[in-house]
Every structure is written in C-alpha cells, then in structure tokens.
Ligand binder design. Structure first.
Ligand SMILES: [Zn+2]
Length: 340
C-alpha cells in the first residue's frame, strides 16, 4: 500500500521543519570521486565505483555529511541494470549493486552519527547528542545518462523513444531502489517533459511508497534543456501525489533565480536547487569546459536570493565540492527560514 498524498507531503514538510525550514543537499558526486582520483571514463560513470571502489563512495558521502549536507544522493545516478548487464554482470548482480548504493550511503550516515556521538562524549562527557536529521535519497539519472552521450543535456532522445520506452527502461530500477531502505527517490537531471511524465506514471502505477523529487536540467531561465517550458514540466511533477519536491539540478547558476520564480507559479511543493559550477559538459571529450562569454561566479552568494524567490533545499551538482556545501550551510545557518 502506497503513501497517501498528504502523508508523503508531510514527510518532506516535517523534515524541513525539523531542519529549521531549509535543507542542504550534497554537491557533485561523480566529479568529487574524480577529484579523488577515480577514472570515470566509462559508460557507468560514477556507478563504476560501486564495483571498483565502494570505500571511495562511502568516503565522499562522509565528506558531504561533514560539510553540512542533510540529504545525500546515492551513487546510482548512472547505475542501471541495462548498463551493468552490458558489462557482463548478471541481472542479480546488477540488482544487488543498486541496493548496495543505498546501503553504502546508509553506512556513511551511521559512521557520521557515530562520529558525532563520540565527539560529544569527548566534549561533554555525557554522550548526548541531538542527531541532525539526514535523508538518503536514491538517485535515478535520466535515460540520457544511461546512453552516456550527453543527451541529459539536450533532452533529444529521437523519434524512436516513446513514453513506453522510458517507462520500460526505468521500471525495474525504480522498484528496487524504492525497496532498498532509501528515504527518498531523487529523479535527477530530467531533460524533458516526456521523462517527467514517465516518472509520474511509474510512481502511481507501481504504487511507490517512498516519496520522490523530480529535478530538471535547464538551458535558460524558462526552459528545460529540451526547450520545453519549465512550468509545463514542473506541472507534471506537481500533479503526482508521490512527488514531494520539484527542482533544478546540473544547471548553470545564472538561470536559477528565474527558474525558481517560474516553478513557484505552478507548484506549492518545496523547490530544490542544486546547480553545477556553470561549466558545460562536452560529451565527445567527456570534459567540463568553461562556457564562453559568461561569468558564473561562485553561486553561494546567491543562496539568500534563491531562498527569497521560494526555494528551500540547496546544494550543488557537477564540479561543486564539499567546500561549496560547507559555504552553503554556513550562509543558510545565518538566514531566517521562509518555509515552515
Ligand atoms: Zn551534475
């Protein structure tokens, strides 16, 4: 039996209230693994580390928790059954790696809590510590992420890809991640309306009881990367009762303010924003390059403005680091909550 709309909505509302009206999501995950020396030049991208270096995955989660994140996203963004099978893994192995991505994030959360308890024993000698709530969000990247051709930044899947194709592609992974112990499902870098529709229909058809957010990759202040209106896309997310927040990720910081205002026109659900560094991904060279002619300064100074515009969950995406998250946490801890 799935959650009723008001139950899942209040889960997010309660969480935000406990956190003081806002929450901090982590920063770039794959790019942080790379900064630690992982070679992700592979169709599995960050999911490769689930096989080769789970300790590194756990360490990056911990770094983000230490930096102040209270929502951490699992390494399953580009982990797909189809992708693992293409590497010669069995279906069972592929499914167990998906579950493992959530377990590793939960282990990091436990380690983080243990560290806090120990630190409090050391300093107060009574060991009592108020646990900052931390949610583990199971990441689901778009179909374009699986294709590993950069199409999560164009939204162009071609004529042959229908709503049914996308639902078939996503169904099993969603079922597994929804029963893996994650608190939340994060559909990330959604590049077009069709894929948002596929998620909304799957959540309902499969009666998924874990709440979800859908966040979009956008090309300017009004449109997702496919060129479709962000308001139309956010409306699809708004109309699904299991969707508890709507957002923007892996998008240049300069578009974020306008995007928040547009999204707020069509939904009262919490708005999540975690932009990238403002660089552009080149799918041929698999490199992040500076966008010509624009300056995207460090976006932390805009967090207050984004909060005023109506967003309440903030973090970073590709090429942001634990330093970014530390700075975001610091700015927010000085601000007054708008969402309660
Ligand atoms: Zn990203």
């Amino acid at each position: 039996m799935g959650l009723k709309g008001h139950e899942s909505r209040s889960l997010m509302g309660d969480f935000l209230q406990t956190c003081g009206g806002y929450a901090v999501v982590d920063g770039g995950f794959a790019t942080e693994l790379e900064r630690h020396g992982a070679d992700l030049n592979d169709p599995l991208w960050s999911a490769k580390c689930l096989v080769t270096s789970p300790h590194l995955v756990r360490m990056v989660h911990l770094d983000y928790l230490d930096a102040g994140a209270n929502i951490i996203l699992t390494a399953s963004y580009q982990a797909t059954i189809q992708g693992f099978e293409a590497k010669g893994l069995s279906r069972e192995e592929a499914e167990s790696l998906l579950r493992r991505s959530v377990e590793i994030a939960c282990e990091a959360r436990e380690m983080y809590y243990d560290k806090l308890t120990k630190a409090s024993w050391d300093s107060t000698e009574n060991g009592s510590v108020s646990r900052r709530p931390v949610l583990v969000a199971a990441s689901i990247g778009s179909y374009g992420a699986y294709l590993a051709d950069g199409s999560e930044y164009t939204g162009n899947y071609g004529e042959g890809v229908s709503l049914a194709t996308l639902k078939d592609f996503h169904r099993r992974r969603l079922q597994i991640l929804a029963t893996s112990g994650a608190d939340l499902i994060a559909f990330e870098t959604t590049p077009n309306k069709l894929e948002a529709k596929a998620y909304a229909e799957l959540l309902e058809e499969e009666d998924i009881s874990v709440p979800a957010w859908i966040s979009f990759s956008c090309k300017d202040a009004d449109n997702v990367v496919s060129g479709e209106s962000v308001m139309e896309c956010a409306s699809v997310a708004d109309s699904c009762k299991q969707v508890v927040a709507v957002g923007i990720n892996c998008t240049a910081p300069r578009h974020v303010h306008g995007l928040i205002l547009s999204i707020r026109k069509v939904t009262d659900k919490p708005v999540v924003v975690y932009p990238n560094s403002g660089e552009t991904y080149n799918a041929d060279t698999k490199q992040w390059v500076k966008s010509s002619g624009v300056v995207d300064e460090d976006f932390v100074s805009y967090i207050g403005k984004w909060q005023e515009a109506g967003a309440c969950v903030f973090g970073g995406c590709c090429r942001t680091t634990p330093m970014t998250i530390k700075a975001i946490s610091r700015v927010l801890s000085k601000s007054l909550p708008l969402y309660s």
